[in-house]
Structures are given as structure tokens and as C-alpha cells.
Design a protein around this ligand. Structure first.
Ligand SMILES: [Mn+2]
Length: 305
């Protein structure tokens, strides 16, 4: 039997990507298909030590017998692993901008929809395909956690009714304690305090924007209270962001409890761009947004300028 690989972004993976890849692999297996999860690179701070302890199964590279791939939580071709880009049979994502590329290649097997977490799309597939009662505890917990994480506990502008519904339904298949959400965000806080450099490095997207004619590196760290982190680590953020090779960089830190994001950059062009497009003013290299902005929102704007 042919084995299908389920994979996600090529450079780093967050909880949403990881959860989608593992749970979708499970769905394929429940349907009697042979499948494996492939997570090629590092996983970031959104996957906490507790979650890593849930017995997650994935590989770094596809097995020799795996020639076709399902892609989850990523759709910009430049972020997709080389082994998967020309061998994709299906895609589930919630990032805008590459819909036409996939529509042409995959037709209705490209499901790119505006929801807060790709995990919501995967849970909806379990239901559509009548496998929801067979979901494992691990997959249910991963998808539930991914929705909380990717919607920033439902504070992100991208959050939809579908995310709320999915998380409510999924919570019935999990045995997570009542205060799990608080614990989750406080675990991330503790990790980033201890390992600021790793936390910054493991969530940087380097993208070329035709519309701007520039390569821009955008770092991101989503925290319950990001102000403290940003002020304390401003110098380190600059040092790490510069190491990605583009002088056009900025670092975005959504502060979930405040409903705002803090932005760090030193570059004049970026400062002017963010002032013009998002009204962000900088004082000593740090800017504050008037609502909680995620990287997706900047990227969508830059692609549509
Ligand atoms: Mn996502």
C-alpha cells in the first residue's frame, strides 16, 4: 500500500502545524490508509515540555516508500519542504495569499480557509468523515491546544465561530485539567525567560515580498505578557534578527493579556512601512499596536500592497 506523508512548514513548526500533521495522519490511518507524519525542522516555544511528553510520533524525513504528501498549516510555496511541493495531493491551511496557486494544482483538494487555527479544519474533517468518535486522546488534546495557541486564546482577529465550536467539541475528548490554558501560557513564559535566544530564533519567517521588492525577516513570540520580554531582551532580539541576513527585519510580540502587540525594529524602511500601513509609532526601537496583531496580518497586508 502506498504511504502518504503528512507534513508542514519547512523551517520551524508551531503547535498548530504539529497538531494538524499528527492528527491528520491519524485520520488517514482510521480510514485504513498507510500514513506518516514528517516534521522536518525545529519545533518552537508554542510546543511546551508538557506537550512534548504526550508521546508524539513523527519523523524528520519521509521514508523511501513515501511519495505523496498532504500539507497542513502552510501554503506559501516558499515555506513548503522540497520533497512535498511537487508531490502534494491535498492541503489544509488558513494563511492567505497562495489560494490560486493551489486551486490550479489541486482543485477542491486545496482547503485554504479563513479560520484562527488550521486545527479547526482538521477537526472538521474528522467530523465530515465520521471518525470523530475514534479520535485519540493525544490528537484531541493537540488539536484543542493548537486552537487555543493559534487564536491566542480566542483574542486574535483571525478567530472565527468555527474555532470556538471546534474547541468546545474537542474538549469533550480530552482529560485536560480546568486550568490548562493558564498553565499552558505560563509554561511558555517560563521557557522563554530561561531560553530567550532559542525562543526568538525558532519563530522567524524569512519571506520575499514581490510587492515590496524586499526580503523581510519577521520574528514572532506570542506571550501572555510580552512587554516584559521585549523590554528586557531588546538588544538580543536585534542581534538574533540581524543574524538571519536581511537588514529588513522586525520582531512582533503579541501580548495576549493586553490585546496588543509590541514590535521591535531598528530599520528605518520597516518603521516607515509599519507606521504607514498599521499606524505603529516607534520610541527607542519599540512600537505598540492598538489591537493584537499577528504575523499573518502583516504578511497579508504586504502581499496585497
Ligand atoms: Mn496555524
Amino acid at each position: 500500500m502506498e504511504r502518504i506523508g503528512v507534513t508542514t512548514a519547512r523551517d520551524f513548526t508551531d503547535l498548530d502545524g504539529l497538531a494538524c500533521a499528527i492528527a491528520y495522519t491519524e485520520l488517514l490511518k482510521l480510514e485504513g490508509r498507510d500514513a506518516e507524519t514528517i516534521v522536518p525542522e525545529e519545533i518552537n516555544a508554542s510546543v511546551t515540555k508538557e506537550i512534548k511528553g504526550w508521546g508524539l510520533e513523527y519523523k524528520k524525513q519521509p521514508s523511501p516508500e513515501t511519495h505523496t504528501f498532504c500539507i497542513v498549516d502552510v501554503s506559501r510555496p516558499q515555506f513548503i519542504p522540497d520533497f512535498a511541493i511537487n508531490n502534494a495531493i491535498e492541503i489544509y491551511d488558513h494563511h492567505e495569499g497562495s489560494e490560486n496557486f493551489w486551486l490550479q494544482r489541486l482543485g477542491n483538494r486545496a482547503k485554504i480557509e479563513k479560520v484562527g487555527a488550521a486545527a479547526t479544519l482538521i477537526w472538521e474533517e474528522f467530523k465530515k468523515r465520521k471518525k470523530e468518535k475514534q479520535i485519540s486522546q493525544t490528537s484531541a488534546k493537540l488539536l484543542y491546544g493548537a486552537i487555543i495557541s493559534n487564536t491566542l486564546n480566542f483574542n486574535s482577529k483571525m478567530t472565527s465561530e468555527r474555532d470556538l465550536k471546534a474547541s468546545e467539541e474537542l474538549s469533550k475528548f480530552t482529560d485536560l485539567p480546568k486550568d490548562w490554558i493558564e498553565k499552558y501560557f505560563s509554561d511558555i513564559e517560563k521557557y522563554t525567560q530561561k531560553n530567550p535566544r532559542e525562543a526568538i530564533i525558532n519563530d522567524v519567517k524569512k519571506g520575499y515580498f514581490d510587492e515590496l521588492g524586499k526580503n523581510i525577516s519577521i520574528g514572532q513570540l506570542e506571550l501572555w505578557d510580552s512587554k516584559k520580554f521585549v523590554l528586557k531582551n531588546k538588544k538580543l532580539i536585534g542581534e538574533v534578527m540581524k543574524s538571519f541576513g536581511s537588514r529588513f527585519w522586525f520582531f512582533n510580540a503579541p501580548s495576549i493579556s493586553e490585546g496588543k502587540s509590541y514590535v521591535v525594529t531598528k530599520n528605518k524602511y520597516i518603521k516607515d512601512l509599519l507606521l504607514k500601513e498599521f499606524g505603529i509609532e516607534f520610541t527607542n526601537g519599540v512600537g505598540k499596536t492598538n489591537h493584537l496583531i499577528e504575523r499573518k496580518e502583516y504578511v497579508t497586508k504586504f502581499m496585497n500592497l
